[in-house]
Structure formats: structure tokens, C-alpha cells
Design a protein around this ligand. Structure first.
Ligand code: HPA
Length: 273
């Protein structure tokens, strides 16, 4: 067995020893949805620092713990604190927790994020189902020797975001009277927001929203054979669309405003995933 595989198994074994649930759904939630952690029932919290070989988050305000528990009786594992490449992590760092989730028995992954709206028919506060992505990070978490036990050398990405799970999300949204847009997410490295020229480029390339996370996690999830559902909160219009500068405060404020709508949607989707 390779060192990586051994590390995945050791991390999973430690997590199992903490006597949480056997998770079926994995959750990686972006800005604003961290509060979902408080809605998990019978939570068992495991700090990243206690898990063998687990990466540790460095950013202020990111707690860095894995939570096991249930949401409407569905066993889940939630990453509280995520790893962004702009923090200096290589894309493979994002790979490890997703692979550990797979080892724990997870079959499907929900990823959410805050994103800038590129499609001019969008408005801040909109929710967007991710139909596909553009990996604009210039790198890939699967670079290096492939380990066949973890997945194939050349993974198919033609349905990176599961059609079935998207259909489910649409049905739940209709039942809650929530407007759910659907579009392409462009994942960039950051940490700068884009220039107006870059936004014109991304729109020309077919992007509807832009952010600094998600793509590497989804690539690894697909490599591992997990079904993926992705939802973006359009927290601001991307650079150059409105005559105003972008700020992280605006991103957080919008995320806060739509939190209840976003949470209700996600909480209703998870048990059906
Ligand atoms: N650009 C990139 N990432 C983002 C944005 C944006 O406009 N808003 C929230 N995350």
C-alpha cells in the first residue's frame, strides 16, 4: 500500500474510533453556511489537529474541525473550515479530506461557496446550482503518479456535478419557492478579486459566476467516484459590472442576508441526497 493510502486509512481509523455516525453524505460549506454545524444532531467534533496526517487550517476564524452527526436522520460528515489555495496550500491538500470522507463511506458530496455574479441577469443574494465548472487555477490536485486504488488516471468530468442531484435540488427549491439559478462556476486561485477585463474574459468563456474554491475538491471527489452537488451564493456582482469596488465585507453581508433561505434549502436537500 502506498504512503498516501496508508495515511488515508490511519486518518479514517482515528475518526471511526471517535464513535460518531458512519457518514453517507459529505459537506464542505463556504462563507456564511458555517452555522449549519450547529444544526447537526448528536455531533461528534474532531479537531483537524487530532486527526493523523490531516492538514491544518491557518486562517483566522476558521475553526478546523470535522463534525460527524445527523441531519434529519441522514448521517453526515462536515468539514468546518476548508482549505483554499490562496492560503498557500497545494491543490492536493484539498484532496486528503475528500479521500478520507470516501474511506469513511461517503457516497455524495455537497459543496457550497460564495461567488461573484458574472451573468448580468443575476443579482446579489441569488442562489446558483453549479452545472459545470471551469478550472482556472492552472493546476490540478491529481497531478503526480496515479494510485489506481484511489481512482483512474484520466477521470471523466463530463458530469462533474450530478444531473440527478441537480434535479433533486431543483425540486426542493420549487417546493420552497426559492429561485435557483443554474450556471457555470469559474474557479480561480485568488486572493485578489478579478479585474473587469478578466470578468469579460470569463463571461466570454461561458462562466456565470466566479470564486476561489471548490474546483479542486470536486476534481478529487470525482476521481474518488463521489456524486457531487454544488451551490453558489451570488454574494456580489463581479468586478466591472457595477461601478463600485468589491469588498469581503459585501460578500459576508450578502451571505448573512440569504443565510436562512440557503440553510433551509440545503437542510431539505441533504436527507434526500
Ligand atoms: N470573485 C471571486 N471570488 C469571490 C467573489 C468574486 O467576485 N465573490 C465571492 N467570492
Amino acid at each position: 500500500m502506498s504512503t498516501v493510502q496508508q495515511h488515508i486509512k490511519e486518518a479514517a481509523a482515528y475518526i471511526r474510533e471517535q464513535k460518531g455516525v458512519e457518514p453517507e453524505v459529505g459537506l464542505i460549506l463556504g462563507s456564511g453556511l458555517g452555522v449549519l454545524a450547529e444544526l447537526i444532531q448528536n455531533p461528534v467534533s474532531i479537531p483537524y489537529t487530532d486527526i493523523p496526517h490531516f492538514p491544518v487550517s491557518t486562517v483566522e476564524g476558521h475553526d478546523g474541525e470535522l463534525l460527524l452527526g445527523t441531519i434529519h436522520d441522514r448521517p453526515v460528515v462536515l468539514m468546518k473550515g476548508r482549505f483554499h489555495m490562496y492560503e498557500g496550500y497545494g491543490p492536493e491538500v484539498t484532496a486528503f479530506p475528500v479521500r478520507v470522507m470516501k474511506e469513511l463511506g461517503v457516497k455524495s458530496l455537497l459543496v457550497t461557496n460564495a461567488a461573484g455574479g458574472i451573468n448580468t441577469s443575476y443579482e446579489p443574494g441569488d442562489l446558483m446550482l453549479i452545472s459545470d465548472h471551469l478550472n482556472m487555477t492552472g493546476t490540478n490536485p491529481l497531478i503526480g503518479p496515479n494510485e489506481p486504488e484511489l481512482g483512474v488516471r484520466f477521470p471523466d468530468m463530463s458530469q462533474a456535478y450530478s444531473r440527478k442531484l441537480r434535479q433533486l435540488a431543483k425540486e426542493v427549491a420549487v417546493s420552497q419557492n426559492v429561485v435557483l439559478r443554474e450556471g457555470v462556476y469559474a474557479g480561480l486561485l485568488g486572493p485578489t478579486y478579478e479585474t473587469p477585463a478578466e470578468i469579460v474574459m470569463l463571461r466570454t468563456l461561458g462562466a456565470d459566476a466566479v470564486g476561489m474554491s471548490t474546483v479542486s475538491e470536486v476534481i478529487v471527489a470525482r476521481h474518488a467516484g463521489l456524486e457531487v452537488l454544488g451551490i453558489s451564493c451570488i454574494s456580489n456582482m463581479a468586478a466591472g459590472i457595477l461601478d463600485q469596488p468589491l469588498s469581503h465585507d459585501e460578500v459576508m453581508e450578502t451571505a448573512e442576508k440569504v443565510r436562512t433561505k440557503f440553510l433551509d434549502l440545503v437542510m431539505a436537500i441533504i436527507p434526500k441526497m
